[in-house]
Design a binder for this molecule. Structure first.
Ligand code: SAH
Ligand code: SF4
Ligand code: F3S
Length: 469
């Protein structure tokens, strides 16, 4: 079936599901409520917006409190084991609620559902879950929802892969003024610790004209900032029938009238081109922030991780970015405790932290993911040793970020106002181009607009400023 036919079919299912929900709403004398809970990354969050868009169209009221909902759907993540444990925790709590209210429906989707062992557990231990699907057939959510609403048995539908990209189904955005956009799906890199390529499938890029069209529609609907999403945006477009590079895509997106800011995530260091740096340096819209996951600073560990760059080439890249775009923030991800990692390897990681001067770094303890090459290794490390090394890395990362924060004090910057400050309602909170937060006096009328701010003071990881009158 072509993508357009598939899209039409799903719209028909939305209408059919809407009929059922309308009847139930009438019987109950109120609207059915549903809650979508996101466990994963930005791509997972974007998928949740797609689920929510369909649920709204079908006639559900969307609410945040999952305990009040008639239908709860968990969009799961499995990148580290603690993400899985959280989902089982929620399911455990739901068990007694389902006993009291057999009408309560529960759905599970996302990356964790692509693991056969998880499906086995749900089949045997969590029979009260109504609907289970994975990452490859999420575009069939309307159809699956319809099946769930017209049946009492557990529906499990998991696919191994897909080559379909279905466009133009309803989406419910969390923010009016900013949005994530998938530019590609899946990953081909197979870093040896990582489960993402197994649960998200092979890399597929969307056509540039579809991406531009989606952004134009978003802009017409009030969006001023977009975040282009992919596991490795730097390899965008290579496998399209008419190949195009990521930097060429950025140039196209830059041309969109009314769009003010462009962000992207994530950049794999092995594919970050000089072209991209040049396009960023010249651009008026691309934000000054690159998330550049390091994972490890040890060449031996990097090789065993299958990252395909070295400590030296990584630092050269950082240098190039700093020279071409001096005020660019660089952030990173680091894994501590990869099998066989020694304290000396961790010294190398700390050396890169010192030299790269990250604005921020997310540090993770290595989590063994079944099915990945690293999980099969015999030299898994002792937990206490890993914790010690982790603390060493974490404290260094925090010190460096603190030293680095402050370089904008005394400058004038533009902030996109996102919300009223949580602690003081005479202040608003905005995000700067480099992704730092700034708090300054303001009111709710500013939300969603770009405001010039004089940066007065740095406080830990955020700034205090004053809007320019
Ligand atoms: N595609 C992105 C990363 C996506 S996963 C990239 O390559 O940069 C986000 C982060 O989770 C990774 O950067 C890595 O630091 C971390 N991660 C992935 N697998 C992990 C594992 N098995 N244990 C601990 N952290 C992991
Ligand atoms: Fe995982 Fe590596 Fe792909 Fe990132 S690039 S998603 S870390 S396999
Ligand atoms: Fe994202 Fe987690 Fe899946 S990080 S791609 S939701 S495994």
């Amino acid at each position: 079936m072509s993508n357009i036919e598939e899209q039409k079919k799903q719209l028909e299912y939305i209408a059919m599901a809407a009929d059922i929900v309308a009847k139930k709403n009438e019987e109950l004398g109120r609207k059915l409520k549903c809650s979508v809970v996101t466990f994963g990354c930005q791509m997972n969050a974007r998928d949740s917006e797609k689920l929510a868009g369909i649920l709204r169209q079908v006639g559900y009221d969307l609410i945040d409190e999952e305990t009040e909902a008639d239908f709860v759907i968990y969009n799961t993540c499995t990148v580290r084991d603690n993400a899985n444990q959280k989902v089982y925790g929620h399911l455990g709590l739901l068990k007694s609620r389902v006993k009291k209210n057999p009408e309560l429906k529960i759905g599970l989707c996302g990356c964790m559902m692509q693991e056969p062992s998880v499906i086995e557990t749900i089949r045997t231990k969590y029979k009260f879950v109504s609907l289970v699907f994975g990452t490859h057939n999420i575009y069939k959510f309307a159809e699956l929802l319809y099946r769930m609403l017209s049946s009492d048995s557990q529906i499990i539908d998991i696919w191994e892969d897909t080559d379909q990209i279905v466009e133009d189904l309803p989406v419910e955005r969390k923010y009016k003024f900013k949005s994530g956009i998938n530019i590609m799906f899946g990953c081909n890199n197979f870093c040896s610790y990582c489960i993402v390529p197994y649960v998200r499938g092979r890399e597929r890029s969307r056509e540039p004209k579809e991406i531009v069209r989606e952004i134009e529609n978003l802009v017409a609907d009030g969006v001023v900032e977009v975040m282009l999403l992919g596991q490795n945006v730097n390899s965008y477009g290579k496998n399209l029938d008419n190949p195009i590079s990521f930097s060429e895509l950025l140039k196209e997106v830059e041309k969109i009238d009314g769009l003010e800011r462009i962000r992207f995530m994530t950049s794999h260091p092995k594919d970050l081109s000089d072209d991209l740096i040049e396009v960023m340096a010249k651009s008026k819209k691309i934000c000054k922030h690159i998330h550049l996951p390091l994972q490890s600073g040890s060449n031996r560990v990097l090789q065993e991780m299958n990252r395909r760059y070295t400590k030296e080439s990584y630092l050269e890249l950082v240098d190039k970015i700093r020279k071409a775009i001096p005020d660019c923030a660089i952030t990173t991800d680091i894994i501590v405790g990869f099998p066989g990692e020694t304290a000396k390897d961790v010294d190398d990681t700390i050396d890169v932290i010192n030299k790269a001067q990250y604005d921020n770094a997310f540090t993770f303890i290595y989590s063994k993911r079944t099915g990945t090459p690293a999980a099969a290794r015999e030299d898994q490390l002792d937990e206490d040793f890993v914790k010690e090394q982790f603390d060493r890395v974490l404290s260094r990362v925090q010190e460096v970020a603190k030293e680095r924060n402050g370089y904008l004090v005394g400058t004038r910057q533009t902030a996109l106002v996102e919300e009223i400050n949580a602690h003081d309602d005479s202040m608003v909170t905005g995000r700067l181009s480099n992704n730092s937060m700034v708090h300054f006096p303001g009111d709710s009328s500013m939300i969603g607009s770009l405001v010039d701010v004089d940066i007065k003071e740095a406080k830990g990881f955020y700034y205090i400023g004053e809007s320019v009158k």
